[in-house]
Design a protein. Structure first.
Length: 240
């Protein structure tokens, strides 16, 4: 099967800074792929280029066989690539359920989504464990619940590929375990996942495959155990 997302020779420069340099990366349908690397290695830039926030300086991105390089964020979202933000994004003055309804509304006709019926906003809240808080204003939710709401909002946009940016940042152990349990279920619902984080413990729980960035280049890509035993990767993480 061809990959759901194929990144070829992707580069991004910011003035004199090379944030990404000739990155090739394929995400296979139905997997949970982890992209790791030290601070400043280019992980966020990779997501920002894939989602259309930044134009690449070179290279291409195709999604389900279609070239999406340089498309605007709304077009990429409509094509079926969802995204959660490091900062949980919700309308504080609206109710939790209303936030999910709004997130789903503008993508009802989504060319990239499957034709299967999508769960209702309330079912999505139930999935992330927030159904009991449906009528609360989003602004009163504690941080951990707000992150889970962020996941429900991203799912409401019917992604075929979901990009998670440090999904467990700021969560306690119990909340992290709940999140891991939810994310692991996503491939069973037809959602491919790519997660970036520098928390290796989390990545080992979530991902069978890891790609490693260092100074904007991919230095390793393969089964999690093999990648973590790779001397090049150990060098980067242990500063050897
Ligand atoms: P990571 O997510 O792995 O921490 P980033 O993608 O945020 O790495 O950053 C990679 C490099 O690109 C860093 O040197 C960073 O300073 C630089 N960079 C990222 N975004 C911008 C930007 N908008 N303008 C200038 N430099 C940036």
């Amino acid at each position: 099967m061809s990959p759901i997302l194929e990144i070829r020779g992707l580069s991004k420069r910011f003035g004199g800074v090379t944030a990404l340099s000739g990155v090739d990366l394929a995400i296979e349908e139905g997997e949970i792929l982890g992209v790791v690397g030290p601070n400043g290695s280019g992980k966020t830039t990779l997501f920002n280029v894939v989602t259309g926030v930044h134009m690449p300086s070179g290279g291409s991105v195709s999604f389900r066989g279609r070239d999406i390089t340089g498309l605007k964020p709304h077009a990429i979202s409509r094509a079926g690539i969802g995204y959660t933000f490091q900062q949980a994004m919700a309308f504080a003055g609206l109710r939790v359920l209303e936030n999910v309804q709004i997130a789903g509304e503008h993508v009802r006709v989504n060319a990239g989504a499957s034709h299967h019926p999508w769960p209702t906003p309330l079912a999505l809240l139930d999935f992330v464990g927030l159904a009991a808080l449906a009528d609360e204003r989003a602004g009163v939710l504690p941080f951990g619940s707000l992150r889970l709401l962020g996941l429900a909002l991203a799912l409401a946009s019917r992604p075929a590929l979901l990009l998670l940016d440090e999904p467990a940042a700021g969560l306690n152990d119990r909340e992290t375990a709940a999140l891991v349990g939810l994310v692991r279920q996503l491939p069973g619902h037809g959602i491919t996942v790519c997660v970036i984080d520098h928390d290796m413990k989390l990545m080992q729980m979530l991902c069978r495959r890891l790609a490693v960035l260092d100074f904007g280049s991919k230095i390793a890509d393969g089964p999690t155990g093999a990648v973590l035993a790779d001397p090049k990767v150990l060098d980067v993480y242990l500063g050897g």
